[in-house]
Design a protein around this ligand. Structure first.
Ligand SMILES: [Zn+2]
Length: 429
């Protein structure tokens, strides 16, 4: 009886953690003109915009309990079409837990090579850090584990330097790939782990390691990421506290905290998801990325992986085009084409363009700072956020069946990016 009670208690504690999202509804909104787009994209706290609305694409917003009716009434009054995609997002969170738990059970039956990633679940922070350490220990000639600094809560922000010439070959360009600057964008993590696997453990494209050095940072926002596992699954920002009395709201959007067009397309309200912090580079996590970008002028490509939207974006976030916009666009198209060629038929094609023109103006982003710091090919990836058959919106939730395909497909884009970089360098030589 005690055993039975134990199981019961454990199940309730797993599910209790999503209580904060109980009866939050996910709305898909069709904005038909600039005025409606602007209305939607300027929604303020407590609405959580998951996907900005454009002429071509519906916006998605998570509306918390207590605001659902009010929001519907407002959309009706403005004549804006909408569909409630998910009535209670807590049901989706419980489904994600269940699918992950089923996979974990099947994994426990197998004996795996622990230098290979199990692409049937999303590793937590401890698992990621253990994996990076194991790789560095097993392949000391190629992979070096570095802590770039500490997060706000004191966690190491780890990355691997991957090189078969100990980062000493001045003629090689460096490619810097980073994921999970936004905590809830879990599906981006398997891609950086897969990149490590393909560059260190299971190398099938030797030229990628002969011709390039790599910096791979799987968890750019460790505090937020940890919190997204045990605090709130849809947490986006870091965990900076002490901004408001009693911490009624906390956290800085790290991808608005970089010193580039700071404050133009972000918020000074700490309660919003796009709060830019008290000053440019107020946050240790954005400082770490800044310092890497300035650490070596051989860094010629920077890929900041986000989800979701099937997009490859480049600067500037204001909508102005940088001098090398043509190169950025061609490189983006090549990467997108490589992914589109291997993706499932049901998944949307990647689109490429200037971030502000394709998506929405945003300032203080890592991508723009990469460009400002002198990295010519600086991009944001927005990975897909759909479940099978393209009709079901997954958003930030992860379907375990899609983890491996997502990692493999995105890697095709990154590889193509490396080849594009090599081709333009040869043309310049
Ligand atoms: Zn993001």
């Amino acid at each position: 009886m005690r055993w039975f009670l134990g199981i019961f208690v454990c199940i309730s504690c797993v599910y209790a953690r999503h209580e904060q999202y109980d009866q939050s509804a996910l709305f898909s909104v069709k904005a038909k003109d600039a005025e409606q787009i602007n209305y939607f994209n300027s929604l303020d706290y407590p609405m959580d915009i998951w996907l900005y609305a454009t002429q071509e694409r519906n916006g998605l917003v998570l509306v918390p309990k207590g605001y659902v009716q009010q929001f519907q009434d407002e959309l009706y009054s403005k004549g804006i079409e909408f569909v409630i995609e998910v009535e209670n997002i807590k049901d989706s969170l419980e489904l994600e837990d269940k699918l992950r738990a089923d996979k974990a059970r099947s994994r426990a039956m197998r004996s795996d090579n622990d230098l290979l990633v199990n692409f049937d679940d999303i590793y937590n922070l401890t698992e990621v850090n253990n994996y990076l350490k194991k790789i560095a220990e097993a392949y000391p000639d190629v992979a070096t584990l570095v802590s770039g600094g500490k997060s706000f809560e004191g966690r190491d922000i780890n990355y691997l330097k991957i090189s078969n010439s100990n980062f000493q070959n001045a003629s090689k360009p460096i490619i810097f790939v980073e994921s999970l600057l936004h905590a809830r964008e879990w599906v981006t993590l398997p891609t950086t782990l897969y990149a490590i696997e393909k560059l260190v453990v299971n190398v099938t494209d030797q030229d990628l390691i002969d011709d390039f050095d790599w910096i791979i940072m799987p968890v750019a926002n460790p505090d937020g990421y940890e919190f997204s596992h045990d605090g709130g699954r849809f947490w986006r920002k870091n965990r900076r506290n002490g901004i408001l009395p009693g911490d009624v709201c906390l956290g800085v959007d790290l991808n608005r905290n970089f010193d580039v067009f700071y404050g133009l397309g972000s918020s000074n309200n700490v309660c919003t998801e796009i709060y830019h912090g008290t000053a440019p580079f107020s946050e240790p996590e954005s400082q770490v990325i800044r310092d890497i970008l300035h650490s070596d002028d051989r860094i010629e490509m920077f890929l900041d992986l986000h989800s979701f939207g099937n997009l490859i974006l480049y600067g500037w976030g204001t909508g102005e085009l940088p001098e090398n916009a043509f190169s950025l666009h061609v490189g983006g198209i090549q990467m997108a084409t490589a992914i589109n060629e291997v993706k499932e038929d049901w998944n949307l094609n990647y689109r490429v363009g200037n971030a502000a023109l394709v998506l929405y103006p945003a300032s203080g982003t890592a991508m723009d700072y990469g460009l400002k710091a002198g990295v010519p090919l600086s991009y944001t990836y927005e990975l897909p956020g759909l479940r099978n058959f393209g009709s079901t919106i997954l958003g930030f939730l992860v379907d375990p069946e899609f983890i491996k395909p997502s990692a493999v497909q995105t890697w095709e884009g990154i590889k193509e990016g490396a080849y594009f970089l090599r081709s333009i360098r040869r043309n310049l030589a």
